[in-house]
Design a protein around this ligand. Structure first.
Ligand code: ZN
Length: 156
């Protein structure tokens, strides 16, 4: 969770088993789920997006490759959130791609590898840059092979 450009931004929403913890952590900071303006989903594996429906006021940002895959996940892919396409269709979902600016000081970087549409988040404050790489460091092989380079080249 971060605040940038006057917006409350959440990166991934976690698994349903942590739903109460997610809401509790925000409440402890004086933030209600309706106060979240933007949710950036690094990818659409269930353990990263199951609680997205909590944030009905938020713009939901996800790479278009993830959205496409969510409509027809590979058979046997136990990591895929099979309901994600239906859930995101009911929300304010916006596709974002490499280099897109989310708000002042926050942009996304395409980091295919763990999934084809994986996103990292780049935070820039003054001279300091921080990359929230999420699971980019964890290769995901089957049943969703990645064509081309296994890891994206970061421009940080
Ligand atoms: Zn994953």
């Amino acid at each position: 969770m971060l605040n940038a450009g006057g917006e409350n931004i959440l990166i991934d929403t976690g698994p349903a088993s942590r739903r109460g913890l997610r809401v509790g952590a925000l409440t402890a900071r004086g933030i209600e789920r309706g106060d979240i303006d933007v949710v950036i989903l690094s990818h659409l594996h269930w353990d990263h997006c199951q609680n997205t429906d909590l944030f009905t006021n938020a713009r939901i940002l996800v790479h278009p490759t993830e959205l496409d895959y969510a409509h027809n996940p590979a058979r046997g892919n136990t990591s895929a959130a099979w309901y994600a396409a239906e859930m995101l269709a009911k929300m304010k979902t916006e596709p974002v791609s490499d280099g897109d600016l989310v708000t002042e000081g926050v942009s996304v970087i395409a980091t295919p590898g763990h999934t084809k549409g994986h996103l990292a988040v780049l935070l820039e404050t003054g001279d300091e840059k921080t990359l929230v790489a999420d699971q980019n460091a964890i290769p995901y092989v089957l049943p969703e092979p990645v064509e081309g380079p296994r890891r994206a080249k970061l421009r940080v």
